[in-house]
Structures are given as structure tokens and as C-alpha cells.
Ligand binder design. Structure first.
Ligand SMILES: Cc1ncc(COP(=O)(O)O)c(C=O)c1O
Length: 371
């Protein structure tokens, strides 16, 4: 049976050799490779500061913590994202509120965001999620920041290479990135947090490692505040450095695959999200009626697929039970999460595999006509 996995990583011999070199050196934990990567990542995104962490979730948690919000202040998160976006707010003991999405893009609906900012002065942070690799309009977000005096913490787990109206990710107060196993560059589990204001540098360094303070003495350290254990290893950073060098090449191949899919599915009248600006092309999704049955058909034909995300965050059991959210509060997100389907989309996908996926969907699609 033709078996196409949902994801294959793109690590090459150089990535592996660099990891092995570090494994043969004295420094396994956070060290010089972290600093080298942080510098290169700053250059790539044109941001001032970058600190590596062991996940994007950790980065989001530290970003929220470092803002010192008051107990009754709130963070606004889109209803469609991975649960990590909202969990990070609760982990920081802060209040999360959700906003519905624009069903054409899946991104947070900025008109609704502005309505909520007008009504609720306790919302102090917007967390745009650059879903599937597309930036939530930086121009509009910066306008809202200016007008309402809110912070912007970007969940950029899906977006390193994206650009919109001349902005790259990292335009907000903080941006958090993921190097999880399936991300555009990966070290298995890992992340980074970027920012522009130097005042956060020492604080996030402290929060990243138990609040441990070596500034006065390297050995006779002190503890300044209660921090977490969120540092990334030296060998993981080594493999990120080599991948960052070819990140745009990897992007180019995903762009090629995007075009093949997009052209083929457009002819079949399959709906796909609209993209504004340059996407990082992290995930490729289509909208399908009777999606769940369609998934089983594809799996039976040897094509592994996924769903990002099967439920809006506020309608996940935990959030529903804790906050009492209902489906009618997030109508667009409910439609989105019941129709969206992610296809295999990675640089090592072979042309014949792409053709097989397209042909299979072409055969099935007449039985899955859309709204
Ligand atoms: C949109 C989004 N935000 C946050 C995360 C969390 O990333 P990490 O697994 O690195 O913590 C993910 C992970 O898949 C994600 O997709």
C-alpha cells in the first residue's frame, strides 16, 4: 500500500554532524551554540533580542510572566490555535479571553478584537497566532497597540519565514517560535522568544532558569525570583544553526508544493484559506464537508492526514467546563474546526507522492461536495 506519512523531517548529514560534534564536547547544556543561534535568529528576523527556550509554550509563558500583568488583567487569544497559546496564559496565572476567527483565513478577527478592546479595558495583551504560517496583519495589530495601549505577544510557532506589508514575525513586543518535531526547522522539542526592549533581557534569562543569578558570582550564585526550567541544550541549538542556513531553500520547496496543491484543488473547487502576504507555508489545509469520513478514506488509501485544530480552544473539555463557553460564542471557529483538514506538506515529499495525493482527492471529492 502507498504510504505517505503526514510528516518527515528534513535533517541532513550536516545537522547530524554538528550535533555529534557538540556531543563530543564538554558542553551539553545551554552554551555557545545557543548564543550563536540566538544571534543568527535575530539577524534573520531583524529583531534585537532572542533567547532560546525548550518550547514555544515556555516562550509564551515567559512572555506573559515578564509583562507583570495585574490579577484582573486579560490576554486575548484566538479561538483557533493549538491549546498551548491559551494554556500559557493560565500557566502564568492570568486570565484568558477568546475571540472568534475570520473564517476565510482562520486568523483572529481583528474587527472583533477592536470591539472587545473598546468594551473591556482589562484586556492588556493580544496574542495573534500566525496560523499555518500566515502573519496576522502586523499593520493592523500595531494600530491597535498604539490606540489601546496593549502589548502584542505573537504566537509564531508556525511562522518564521513569513512576511506581510514589509513586516516579519517579531514586530510585536514578544514573538515566540517552536522548533517542535514537525516545525519548519526543528530540534525535536525547542523554542525561542524574541523581543526589542532590553529591559526584558535579564528578566527572561532569570525566568528561563529557576531565577538563578550568577551575575555577582558564577559559583556562589543567588536566586533572584521564582523561575522555570526552560533552557535549551547546546546540541539542539547546533542543529538549528545549520537548518537556519537553508531555511529559505526548504521554504522554496514547500512553496512549490503549495502551488501544485493550490492549482489542482482550485480546479476541483475545493475551498482553501486565503493568504495575504508571504506565508511561511507551515501547514497546507483544505476545507471539506463530512471531513471526518473523508479522513478515514484518505487513511485507507495510505495518506496520513491531520487536523489543525479539531476543536476551538474554548470548546475543549477543560475550557468548556471551567469557563462555560458555548458553540454559539465562536460560530466561525466551530465551522472551521469541523471542516479543516491538513495534508502532508514537507520538503521531502516526492513529486509522485504529491500526484498520488492529488489524484486520490480528485477521485473522492465528488462525494464530498462543499457548502
Ligand atoms: C500555534 C501553536 N502555538 C504553540 C505551539 C506550542 O509549541 P511547542 O510544542 O514548541 O511548545 C504549537 C505547537 O505545535 C502551535 O502549533
Amino acid at each position: 500500500m502507498y504510504k505517505i506519512p503526514f510528516y518527515r523531517h528534513s535533517l541532513n548529514d550536516e545537522d547530524i554532524e554538528e550535533v555529534v560534534k557538540v556531543l563530543k564536547s564538554p558542553n551539553l547544556t545551554t552554551a555557545e551554540k545557543n548564543e550563536e543561534f540566538e544571534l543568527l535568529f535575530c539577524r534573520y528576523l531583524n529583531v534585537e533580542y532572542c533567547l532560546t527556550v525548550n518550547s514555544c509554550t515556555a516562550g509564551l509563558h515567559l512572555a506573559i510572566l515578564s509583562l507583570d500583568l495585574k490579577d484582573d488583567e486579560k490576554v486575548l487569544v484566538p479561538a483557533i490555535s493549538f491549546m498551548a497559546s491559551a494554556n500559557a496564559v493560565l500557566m502564568a496565572n492570568k486570565n484568558v479571553v477568546f475571540v472568534d476567527i475570520d473564517p476565510e483565513t482562520g486568523l483572529m478577527d481583528l474587527n472583533r478584537v477592536e470591539d472587545m478592546l473598546k468594551k473591556d479595558k482589562k484586556i492588556k495583551v493580544i496574542m495573534p497566532v500566525h496560523l499555518y504560517g500566515q502573519l496576522v496583519s502586523p499593520k493592523d495589530l500595531l494600530y491597535l497597540k498604539e490606540k489601546y495601549g496593549v502589548y502584542i505577544v505573537e504566537d509564531s510557532a508556525h511562522c518564521i519565514e513569513g512576511e506581510r506589508d514589509g513586516y516579519k514575525p517579531g514586530f510585536g513586543d514578544f514573538a515566540c517560535f517552536s522548533f517542535y518535531a514537525t516545525k519548519n526547522i526543528t530540534c525535536g522539542e525547542g523554542g525561542a522568544i524574541t523581543f526589542h526592549d532590553k529591559k526584558f533581557l535579564e528578566k527572561i534569562k532569570l525566568l528561563r532558569l529557576h531565577g538563578l543569578d550568577r551575575r555577582r558570582h558564577r559559583i556562589l550564585y543567588d536566586m533572584e525570583l521564582l523561575g522555570w526550567k526552560y533552557n535549551l541544550t547546546n546540541f539542539q541549538s547546533a542543529m538549528l544553526i545549520t537548518q537556519l542556513k537553508r531555511i529559505d531553500l526548504l521554504w522554496k520547496r514547500r512553496e512549490e508544493i503549495y502551488k501544485k496543491y493550490y492549482n489542482a484543488f482550485s480546479k476541483m473547487n475545493i475551498k482553501m484559506p486565503k493568504i495575504y502576504g508571504k506565508s511561511a507555508y507551515h501547514l497546507f489545509v483544505i476545507f471539506i464537508e463530512n471531513r471526518d469520513e473523508f479522513i478515514n478514506k484518505l487513511l485507507n488509501m495510505g495518506i496520513e492526514v491531520s487536523v489543525h485544530y479539531p476543536k476551538p480552544i474554548p470548546l475543549l473539555k477543560f475550557y468548556r467546563e471551567r469557563f462555560g463557553y458555548k458553540e454559539e460564542d465562536f460560530k466561525n471557529a466551530v465551522w472551521f474546526s469541523s471542516h479543516v483538514l491538513s495534508l502532508p506538506f514537507y520538503p521531502s515529499l516526492k513529486d509522485e507522492e504529491i500526484e498520488y495525493i492529488i489524484e486520490t482527492i480528485e477521485k473522492l471529492i465528488p462525494y464530498y461536495l462543499q457548502d
